[in-house]
Ligand binder design. Structure first.
Ligand SMILES: *Cc1c(COP(=O)(O)O)cnc(C)c1O
Length: 456
């Protein structure tokens, strides 16, 4: 009997369902199958080498096959791959918790004192929202009415139902509406397409006015406000104007609303500081971190909270104040070992100091692109940038999604050895922090060429 040997490509198309992917399109196209990586590069099964322009979707920090992380994982594997945190503890989970608290304190987030692990950004947010809700229930009395959340339009907090409820990206979230809980929504701090038609700084942050209005009327019902500090990443890198986050913090404090910072995308140096909250000296009550926590090696996440929130859950066993939440892989020793190594690299290699000249170069490289007739806006913070393509620059007319301006740009870039993934008409650039200046130049050069090609 002759059996056909399936190629990897055929097996992929036969068995796999890819995330955020129209599979009919996928199966009609040539897939890139990654075999290995090194530094800022990914290498596919045809031996073609690409710059990892998205840090493997926003997770990689120090490059692929980083020796110190490889070694830490190998050493941990010789001890144990996994044991549970339910009723037991493990060494890497303890040491990482200590490291995270020291790290956030050094970043000025001095009131965060406890670490609750999970395994991805969505669950880190779910944990935060459940804790915020539960906290007010435990406080009792009139506080028990604090059951709702305030979120921002265009927000993205993950794909589980609680996180989707807090989200504001219509394309992804609309269909699930019947499953979601209702939240209060405030306008996005989107200066390019200001929902209030104002210009910064003349606006004096009018968009925070809506938050204040909602708080004034409803703070007795609001448990927490959740925000992606400084950068609404999945919205297409919408960057809040200076002072916005600080104002939000002040309003939350004034109206007794907890502030949840979703640092899943912005954490671990991406914006130039270890955490985005640091830029405005803002301390959240709850902070969700994931993506970069293991340097992009393994799925691990954490929700950090203040002592006050932690303490509200303390009581006699029979009072059942326990936070009944946990995941099979909570505090996974391999993930924690990778995360410890990741943080040590920041310290040993002075990563954030070395990053500042790269950020300056990045900014400089992007300047000429601003004049392109189909580049409407370039939004950059740290080593993150979003380039918004528009059909008509003066009118800010977007391309219709069906025109696939973003997708076509990324396909052109791919041919030239750069892997990117757009968000609608926004080209997202988010290379590993470890990218060399030469490769950063190459990255921006390829993007510019790709945009030229598709807008001809
Ligand atoms: C990616 C992301 C999430 C979700 O994280 P996952 O690990 O993909 O579940 C949540 N919040 C923000 C801001 C993100 O960028």
């Amino acid at each position: 009997m002759i059996r056909k040997t399936w190629t990897l490509e055929e097996k992929d198309k036969k068995y796999l369902w890819h995330p955020f992917t129209q599979m009919r399109e996928w199966v009609s196209e040539l897939p890139v199958i990654i075999e290995r990586g090194t530094g800022s590069f990914l290498i596919d099964t045809n031996n073609k080498c690409y710059i990892d322009g998205t840090s493997s979707i926003w997770v990689n920090i120090h490059g692929h096959r980083k020796k110190a992380i490889d070694k830490a994982l190998a050493a941990q594997l010789k001890k144990i791959a996994h044991s549970t945190l339910l009723g037991l503890s493990n060494i890497p989970a303890i040491l990482l918790a200590e490291k995270l608290i020291v790290l956030v304190h050094r970043s000025g987030l001095t009131s965060l004192s406890k670490v609750f692990y999970s395994d991805n950004g969505s669950t880190a947010v779910e944990v935060g929202l459940k804790m915020a809700f539960h906290y007010w229930q435990l406080k009792g009395g009139r506080h028990r009415k604090k059951t709702k959340f305030l979120t921002l339009m265009n927000a993205y907090h993950g794909d589980t139902i609680g996180s989707v409820s807090l989200g504001g990206i219509d394309l992804f979230h609309r269909i699930y509406k019947p499953l979601l809980f209702e939240s209060f929504k405030a306008p996005s701090p989107d200066c390019y397409r200001c929902p209030l038609n104002k210009t910064y700084p003349d606006c004096q942050l009018t968009c925070t006015g809506k938050v204040e209005e909602i708080f004034k009327r409803h703070h007795k019902e609001i448990a927490a406000m959740i925000i992606e500090p400084l950068v609404q990443a999945a919205a297409g890198m919408i960057i809040a104007p200076s002072g916005y986050l600080k104002k939000i913090r002040a309003l939350c404090t004034q109206y007794h609303v907890l502030l949840i910072a979703d640092e899943v995308a912005t954490g671990f140096g991406r914006t130039g500081c270890m955490f985005a909250c640091e830029h405005e000296e803002v301390i959240p009550d709850i902070m969700a971190i994931a993506k970069g926590i293991t340097g992009g090696y393994l799925p691990l996440a954490a929700t950090l909270v203040t002592e006050d929130i932690y303490a509200a859950f303390l009581g006699e066993y029979g009072e059942f104040k326990t936070f009944f939440h946990g995941h099979s892989y909570t505090g996974n020793p391999l993930g924690c070992a990778a995360a410890i190594a990741n943080i040590e690299i920041f310290e040993k290699e002075g990563v954030l100091d070395n990053l500042q000249p790269k950020i300056a170069l990045f900014e400089q490289l992007l300047v000429p692109l601003k004049d392109h007739p189909h580049v409407g806006d370039i939004r950059q913070k740290g080593l993150i940038a979003g380039i918004e393509l528009v059909k008509d620059k003066n009118k800010k007319t977007p391309y219709r999604l069906e025109e696939k301006a973003g997708i076509r740009t990324c396909l052109e870039a791919r041919k030239m050895g750069l892997l990117l993934r757009p968000i609608g008409n926004v080209i997202i650039l988010m290379p590993p922090l470890s990218i060399s200046k030469a490769d950063l130049k190459k990255l921006v050069y390829i993007v510019a060429r790709a945009i030229n090609i598709i807008t001809l």
